[in-house]
Structures are given as structure tokens and as C-alpha cells.
Ligand binder design. Structure first.
Ligand SMILES: [Zn+2]
Length: 105
């Protein structure tokens, strides 16, 4: 069983750095908030649109290691938390590599 098979909403909520990040993350905890979603082996990823039209990519190897390309200093940011909430809510991620251009470290 992968880590995201047993992730709970309560666990994700506990990761939130503050209430605002969690509130924003809940708005991202739906499929329509993402341009693309997928899973790459034991990792899940998502590409979200920022308020300025920028695309931000989240790549999560585990709940504690969810990285986002957005400029937020919050760790995890709302995008990472939103993606994790989708995972916790049982969204079935389709196996697909993170799209080229969104790869980062
Ligand atoms: Zn982010």
C-alpha cells in the first residue's frame, strides 16, 4: 500500500502552517481547481493555476515531502496542502509522468 492510500484529512490538517493556508487549501481540494493531476510511481503531482495565470506544480513523494514551485514561503503551501487533501479524500490519481516543464527540485 502506498503512503497516499492511508493518508487522512486530519493528518493533512495537522501539517498546515496556519489557518489561512488550510482555508485556501480547502478551495484547492477539488479536481476542478487543477489543470492536471497524476501519479508517478509512489509520488502524486498536480499542476494548479495561480492568481496571476502562472502554473504551479506540486510534487509529493510523501505527505511530509510535498514541494511546490510557487513563491509562497509557507511549507507546505496551500497548493501542496490542497493536493494532499485530494489524496486524503480518495481521489484516484492516474499513472502519468509529471509533464515536462514542471520538473524542478
Ligand atoms: Zn504552492
Amino acid at each position: 500500500m502506498t503512503w497516499f492510500g492511508s493518508l487522512t484529512v486530519a493528518f493533512v490538517q495537522a501539517l498546515a502552517p496556519d489557518a489561512r493556508a488550510l482555508a485556501d487549501a480547502k478551495k484547492l481540494a477539488k479536481v476542478s481547481a487543477w489543470r492536471r493531476l497524476g501519479r508517478e510511481g509512489d509520488a502524486v503531482w498536480g499542476v494548479a493555476l495561480g492568481s496571476k495565470g502562472d502554473a504551479y506544480a506540486v510534487f509529493a513523494r510523501s505527505a511530509e515531502d510535498a514541494r511546490c514551485s510557487c513563491p509562497s514561503r509557507k511549507r507546505p503551501c496551500k497548493h501542496a496542502l490542497g493536493l494532499l487533501l485530494l489524496v486524503a479524500n480518495g481521489h484516484a490519481f492516474v499513472e502519468e509522468a509529471l509533464p515536462a516543464g514542471h520538473r524542478y527540485t
